[in-house]
Design a binder for this molecule. Structure first.
Ligand code: PLP
Length: 380
């Protein structure tokens, strides 16, 4: 079995108020402090250090403390949980939203709620690990289609319907793929699910706040056949925690039967408060997502102008496929030497031979960072 390379640990000092949120302080090989422009974090809208999120968390710390102290059904529920759930449901135009401590847990819960061991589960080949863990836990049969390949999905749906017409299948995809930067054709996938009477689960972890109409995700406006949408506060929302958005019946089933919702400590009140502050900011700045998309497309164009293959997709995740682990590490180091923090993504996170640099463009990424990046990549 090939050995798994050790993840490279970076010593990144914590941020000090007043420093630019686009910078992190790292340590070089000689233990000297260096300033790195952050081209790696998923804080797409630069909200993690936004004063309004910090204020919201600080205020609730004073009244509700740090932890919730119990599960939602014992002592953990606070008004802030309900306010956040109601506001999200309204923003996404869904009947019910339920908050979870993490996106990993929310995904596990969503898959378990929509499957039993007889359900044919048809997934995009590149979905997140948490969803695969959910499928495994359910005992359901996992069937995978090539990334974003609609004709293969249709073939699999048809086959599943012919061989097991009684059992409604479940299709699972992400809207913005975390390691590819590609966007799923959600409308077309929905149509296929309607045609073959399949349920649909969409993980919008990387999309909420930045993709779709006013950052409301690629699934916004689509009702049938979407059963559950999952989102996290750990990326564009700048904090931590997650949620599932769904219809009344599925929501009630999650409340009554879902251990990952019932038997876990409720999300810490300061995280709920900052998620609500983030949501209010995103709602009052509806063009943040489209502006970020424009920047991301412009950088892709620049990369292809200097001779690189144009990275797929149009969102803020830009994946530059390099092939070997060594080459990806080499580029990571070269960019770090120029003050740019990027991360080489290697197997097992991505398939063998597909190691890559994953760049993240954020709302406040300074223009100089792009110029420096292009300078380094131009000369190679
Ligand atoms: C696509 C996707 N879904 C779900 C998750 C899990 O979210 P969280 O970090 O809130 O557990 C991640 C996080 O890495 C992700 O990339």
């Amino acid at each position: 079995m090939p050995s798994i390379p050790n993840p490279r640990t970076r010593k990144l000092r914590t941020w000090v108020p007043g420093e630019k949120s686009s910078e992190l302080i790292g340590v070089d090989k000689n233990q000297n402090q260096i300033t790195l422009i952050d081209l790696a974090s998923n804080d797409y809208l630069d909200l993690a250090r936004h004063p309004l999120l910090i204020k919201a968390a600080r205020e609730i710390l004073e009244t509700d403390g740090i932890g919730s102290g119990g599960s939602r059904f014992i002592t953990g529920s606070r008004t802030i949980h309900q306010r956040l759930e109601t506001k999200l449901a309204q923003w996404l135009d869904r009947e019910i939203v339920l908050i979870y401590p993490s996106g990993f847990q929310a995904n596990l819960a969503a898959v378990l709620a929509l499957t039993d061991r007889h359900t044919p589960v048809i997934c995009d080949r590149l979905i997140h690990h948490s969803l695969l863990v959910g499928v495994k836990a359910s005992g359901a049969k996992l069937i995978r289609f090539k990334h974003n390949n609609l004709s293969e999905l249709e073939k699999l749906l048809k086959k599943s319907r012919q061989s097991n017409s009684q059992k409604q299948p479940l299709v699972i995809t992400e809207s913005l793929f975390s390691m590819e930067g590609t966007t799923a054709p959600i409308k077309e996938i929905s149509k296929l699910c309607v045609k073959y009477d399949s349920k649909l689960l969409i993980d919008e972890a990387h999309a909420f706040g930045v993709m779709g109409p006013e950052g409301r995700g690629e699934s916004f406006g689509l009702k049938e056949p979407i059963s559950i949408i999952s989102g996290t506060f750990g990326k564009a929302f700048g904090s931590g925690g997650a949620f599932l958005a769904t219809d009344k019946i599925t929501g009630e089933n999650l409340i009554q039967n879902c251990g990952a919702f019932r038997y876990t400590t409720a999300l810490a009140p300061p995280l709920c408060a900052s998620a609500l502050a983030a949501l209010n900011l995103i709602e009052s700045n509806p063009s943040w997502g489209s502006a970020l998309k424009e920047k991301s497309i412009a950088l892709r164009n620049r990369l292809s102008q200097i001779g690189w293959q144009r990275p797929l997709g149009e969102g803020p995740i830009i994946s530059i496929i390099l092939g070997s682990d060594e080459l990806a590490m080499d580029y990571q180091e070269r960019l770090e030497a120029e003050g740019l923090l990027t991360v080489a993504i290697r197997p097992p996170t991505v398939p063998e031979g597909k190691s890559r640099l994953r760049l993240v463009i954020r709302r406040n990424t300074p223009v100089q960072a792009f110029e420096r990046l292009i300078e380094v990549l131009k000369d190679t």
